[in-house]
Design a protein around this ligand. Sequence first.
Ligand code: SAH
Length: 578
Amino acid sequence: MAVVTPPAIVILGPGALATARRVQALYAGARVHALQGRVQGDVAFSELGAHLRECYARGAPIVALCAAGIVIRCLAPLLANKGAEPPVLALAEDGSAVVPLLGGLTGVNVMAREIGAALAVAPAITTSGELRFGTCLLNPPAGYALASLAQGKRFVSDLLAGASTRVAGNAPWLENVDLPRDGDARHAIRVSAQAWDGNPAVLVIHPRSIVAAVGAPREAIAERVRRALAAHGLAPLALAALVAPSSHMRDASLAQAATELGVPLRFVDGADPTPQAVLCALDLGADIERYTSNEDGIALACAAAPLDPHTLGRARGKLTVLGLGPGRADLLAPAARAALDDATDIVGYATYVDMAGPFRADQQRHATDNREELQRARHAFEMASEGRRVAVVSSGDPGVFAMAAAVLEALEGSDDARWHAVALTIVPGVSAALATAAQAGAPLGHDFCMLSLSDNLKPWSVIEQRLLHAAQADLVMAFYNPISRARPWQLDRALEIVRSERAPQTRVVLGRDVGRPGGTLRAMTLGELRSADVDMRTMVIVGSSTTRGFARGDGGEWIYTPRWYRDDVQFKREAGGE
Ligand code: SAH
């Protein structure tokens, strides 16, 4: 089942913070998004319109503590697709009014009622069907799907115009709803896995109650599942899951088919690779109708009530190694944010796990203080092989002196087939050198190298040799791990080597805690640089012979390395190159 995205509670000033925190307490994982420079929340943003559109586009429910009109104007360019919109509400700063704006089909009125109840105000619900019946007939509960939205709207307007209805099938959520009921009515709400026959007087709601089983994967699985369903008059929306033998866990065509069908993909262990054996291994009980479609290689089982896909076999585990960037939320890639929201378990060095949060109550943190990266990587694989969705977090980019290489090293060293069946993804992040460079200007604008000055995992002699060669090659250098209590003298020695090849006027940039609270940026020359200016939270960028600086409007200095190289200027200009 899709993870329910926690709402973004958006505020523009300190006057809204207290109300925002009260709303936050209602929703696990909800964060207060606060306008930078005005008020401190959990996530900072700098431009309201862009931020609201970003939240909306990734399907996050929005509770905006500002005028409804502002929210409408900000989201207006995105409102073409009504089916996919998340709930959007405007809330008065002082909590005196809650106005559901968008997302009638994704539960905005439910949220408006919840928030209204918590703040003791009546929600401004304007949806006529909701007002009349106290529920949205077109937004059935989890485990059910509406067959046709267009037909649903017509059905509700018929009821609003005076028609009565019967309820056919099992609809427990409608039991206490004040519908105009009549056992003989022409109109009917039908809860069934059978496809809608097009009768305009019938509102069909499908319980997600069908399992489609495949044996060995073949071509066009989704197409074959649809054909098998159609052969028995069953609706694709009634599908709860696609199930396959775990021996085929790594087959990409299965994952693609599940995505196409819009259902979770689950696996059973030890089953023969035939659809029937897979269904048997599921142990669905007696109250099941079975359909086999031999020529399509698909077996279907239909239960009387919705099936919870989480109870069917197990999922393919996921391991996502992601970079948090330097620390600021707006420098975190949306793909990394999505992996964090989707994760069941978050693994990493405690500081970074804290940086990645807050997390929902159902998400487990595995924060460690030890520097045993391999051990952490193995733990992550163990959890992922059980079907969990694990996020391993690093600061900056995970592939730059961080966890991605440790994770791959652990995997290469393992012959555990379960580890190799895990869906492993690496999501990049903004590395400290790039974040520092961007603040300073463009010191990495020409050829550069990244070096870790830590000799924990490589001999110091190798570091000395690389420094010398990089200095001789006139590369700009970005130093990671420049100094620590356990490595007090190494930086001075490194600078000695660089100074042997580079002039004292060479430009240097020091970024400390860049993109984090209290971050600083300093520009100086190589001659001025002292190791006392640097600590383990500092990025040191040493310019090349061409790196230069000039005054910027705010009194600081822009530092950059030109794209051209000395005598090549003329050549480039003539060639009309970049
Ligand atoms: N994976 C990280 C680097 C980890 S090595 C990345 O891509 O950025 C740790 C070193 O990175 C630190 O010693 C420091 O030199 C640098 N660093 C990490 N975050 C930083 C930040 N926010 N500001 C300045 N330097 C940082």
